[in-house]
Design a binder for this molecule. Structure first.
Ligand code: SF4
Length: 392
């Protein structure tokens, strides 16, 4: 390992919540012909921006670390919190080094936020990006390639770069390495979740959304090496999968509280965008956009933004529960998050039939009081640990 695990964790904690996006500002100074492009949750194929000479940077809002003073004025009270904190970041010039912004289609709130960015003339381009809901490569796949090309045109217009096949394949290969190292971390935690807490994993994966992929891959390699050793002490906890927190993020204190309350989180969708594609994307083709489109159609993770009738999301999530050997699922939805809250009953009805245990709660990114949630999670854990096998 090139750095100690303590140094890596400290660096990732700082990067993950650096709301001034310092690393990308410095990257811009080091790469004066480059551009920084911000993207909102859930998922955007970062390979496209990387190949075009840009640095993709995820914007997950201000969490519990940014006071909302002006952002509230743009939104009604009965929607989720993340658009207010993103507006606050934009109005306080935290995003002023970003040349463009991508708003992947997930809900009306994100769509409206793209409209406000455009109306307020924030950035040189604003792209509301539709993802295919038709999973035939000749229809949905072609449409998706056109959407990606649109973004690439925006970026190359600014960088002046002509993107070659070699550029695309190189970018795809780098992100393949990134995803496979992240999955390796989750695979190790599946067996040995005490080797690194989910809070540490969260910081490590989130840090990767705001720095160059090459730097993140080096961090991940060190983390995998550390976790491959016999470190940490096992505790008596159940294993759970977290689902529903894919956009607005819970405060770190809440992520920590779930493990402190007696649960090892062996899978989650906090940083779903970094893990959306399962396995490698073909990195040796003559059409990189087609390769990315095919991967989305054939290898995408379960998500509230994907409506694949042939492979419904409840079956995809149940497969993860089985693969990870989880004892149950915790549905954690941001308050007023339609995609997450509308999916929850679909999951829960299916899980009632499949016999998969679950609990559900709601959170808001700026709330850092979670005593009630901790008690609920602790009771869930105890009910499985202590009374498993008892007659109902
Ligand atoms: S938290 Fe949910 S409702 Fe809010 S912007 Fe994200 S996906 Fe949309």
């Amino acid at each position: 390992m090139k750095k100690s695990i303590e140094d890596i964790l400290k660096e990732c904690r700082e990067l993950a919540f650096d709301l001034k996006f310092t690393r990308s500002r410095n990257w811009l100074k080091e790469n004066p012909k480059g551009v920084v492009v911000g993207y909102m949750p859930i998922y955007f194929p970062r390979e496209v921006i990387h190949a075009a000479g840009g640095l993709p940077v995820a914007i997950f809002g201000g969490g519990d670390r940014k006071e909302i003073i002006k952002g509230d004025a743009y939104y009604q009270s009965y929607i989720c919190h993340i658009p207010r904190s993103i507006m606050e970041l934009a109005l306080d010039k935290h995003l002023d080094h970003m040349s463009g912004f991508i708003f992947p289609s997930i809900c009306d709130v994100i769509r409206n936020l793209s409209g406000i960015f455009r109306q307020q003339k924030i950035g040189k381009f604003v792209k509301y990006m539709d993802f295919p809901q038709n999973f035939m490569p000749s229809i949905g796949g072609v449409f998706y390639q056109q959407e990606m090309q649109h973004v690439m045109d925006y970026v190359t217009e600014l960088t002046g770069k002509k993107v070659t096949n070699e550029d695309m394949n190189k970018s795809i290969a780098l992100y393949n390495t990134n995803r496979s190292l992240i999955e390796k971390i989750y695979d190790i935690r599946q067996e040995f979740p005490w080797r690194l807490s989910i809070t540490d994993v969260y910081h490590i994966v989130r840090a990767g959304t705001v720095i160059p992929v090459e730097e993140h891959n080096a961090i991940l390699e060190d983390v995998v090496e550390y976790m491959s050793g016999n470190v940490g002490i096992p505790q008596d906890k159940i294993k759970v999968v977290i689902s529903g927190a894919f956009c607005e993020q819970p405060a770190v204190g809440l992520i920590r509280a779930i493990e402190d309350a007696g649960c090892y989180v062996v899978d989650d969708d906090y940083m779903l965008g970094s893990r959306m594609i399962l396995g490698d994307i073909a990195s040796y083709t003559s059409n990189g956009l087609e390769a990315i489109a095919n991967s989305y159609i054939k290898q995408s993770q379960y998500s509230s933004s994907i409506y694949d009738v042939d492979d419904p999301k409840e079956h995809r999530l149940a497969k993860i529960v089985k693969k990870r050997g989880a004892d149950g699922v915790i549905f954690a939805s941001a308050s007023f998050c339609d995609p997450s809250l509308l999916d929850a009953p679909i999951f829960q009805n299916a899980f009632n039939k499949m016999g998969i245990r679950y609990i559900a709660f709601q959170f808001s990114e700026n709330i850092n009081q979670y005593k009630v949630i901790k008690e609920q999670v602790g009771t869930f854990s105890d009910s499985i640990k202590l009374w498993e096998g008892e007659p109902a």
